[in-house]
Write a protein that binds this ligand. Structure first.
Ligand SMILES: [Mg+2]
Length: 357
């Protein structure tokens, strides 16, 4: 159940929409369309399309992939649509822990006007214990690394209690989108906050650096950087980032384009941060549309929902919401809530008095 506080939050979103385009307007926006934005430029409208695409793309990839979660590659008929089912027997359009945690993170960033790790963990715990921001009303799946961190936080109230020796899994990568969205205007900060975000639950260096690298790519994608440039050797949205604070070897190989020279079974969408990032980038590299890449990503099987969520946040940021098939968006559970959170992050990022924590 949502609290009164959150009902008022949603009401506030509705008020904001009066000054900003709805998602339908954004989807149908033509280059010369004039929309009553607070900053009435086509550039603003373009950015907003990428913000919507980033968060909705994450959820679409998750909802698409849940059907094939835990299935071994080659043991199933590839899917072409959001059909639900899978290990959690979800309805078409319902999504899993990836999206729930991303929405908790988004809401925390908005309400805290920036990065508040204790608040983030309290929301994650509320999801785990009460099904808050879940697609079914319950938390029905949670990674082992995440649950260890949440239980430790519950006992100690320490926000960064995940060990560097924890499993280098993809639980912080799958929910990352709200971080590069909020800190989009400060790329170095976006990458530092991606690290901090991972540290709340996933302290392994591979998990952290996978988040740092993906955050840089999403910042660039929102800015309209071309795919060739995004996937060029060690793309960074600001100068010398990887020289000053190098990526761990396994992530560094991905940043140098490892996914361009591999195919399955050497590309694997497993629960490891490095492998799932490489798989998502392989799909993004090979495809020429959001849908084509999303299907490549989830049809790898294994941790298909998370490969889909990682792919979806980057590809959604890149293609914009208009690149995501409308029939997939229309199936998406709690689409309006996801849309309103993306809009509010956008508003927070581009507000005149933006003093983010
Ligand atoms: Mg999941």
């Amino acid at each position: 159940m949502r609290t009164d506080k959150n009902y008022s939050f949603i009401f506030h979103q509705d008020a904001l929409k009066q000054a900003l385009p709805t998602i339908k307007e954004v989807q149908g926006l033509k280059e010369d369309a004039s929309i009553d934005l607070k900053t009435p430029t086509n550039d603003s409208a373009t950015k907003l399309r990428h913000y919507y695409g980033c968060l909705l793309g994450l959820a679409v990839g998750d909802a698409l992939g849940t059907t094939l979660e835990f299935k071994q590659p080659g043991t199933f008929k590839p899917i072409k649509d959001i059909v639900g089912g899978g290990p959690f027997k979800l309805l078409p359009g319902q999504w899993t822990d990836d999206t729930s945690m991303a929405l908790c993170l988004a809401e925390s960033l908005i309400e805290s006007k920036g990065f508040n790790p204790k608040d983030q963990l309290e929301k994650y715990l509320k999801w785990y214990e009460e099904g808050y921001l879940s697609s079914t009303g319950k938390c029905f799946d949670i990674g082992n690394t995440t649950i260890s961190a949440l239980l430790e936080f519950k006992e100690t109230q320490q926000p960064y209690c995940s060990s560097p020796n924890s499993t280098p899994s993809n639980g912080s990568l799958m929910r990352l989108a709200p971080i590069p969205m909020l800190y989009h205007n400060a790329p170095v900060e976006a990458i530092e906050k991606a690290k901090q975000s991972s540290l709340t639950t996933h302290g392994a260096k591979e998990s952290i650096d996978a988040c740092r690298y993906l955050a840089g790519l999403i910042v660039g994608a929102i800015d309209g950087v071309s795919k060739d440039e995004l996937l060029s050797d060690h793309y960074a949205p600001a100068k010398d980032i990887w020289e000053k604070d190098p990526l761990i070897d396994t992530v560094d190989k991905i940043a140098s384009g490892s996914f361009k020279h591999k195919e399955p079974p050497y590309i694997r969408g497993t629960g490891l941060a490095v492998e799932s990032l490489e798989a998502a980038l392989w799909a993004f590299y090979k495809a020429s549309s959001f849908a084509e890449g999303a299907l490549l990503a989830v049809n790898l099987g294994d941790d298909a929902d998370t490969t889909g969520a990682i792919y979806g946040q980057l590809a959604g940021a890149f293609y914009g919401v208009e690149g995501i098939p409308t029939e997939w968006l229309n199936k998406l559970c709690k689409k309006d809530l996801i849309e309103s959170l993306a809009l509010e992050i956008y508003k927070t990022t581009f507000s005149e008095n933006n003093n983010l924590n």
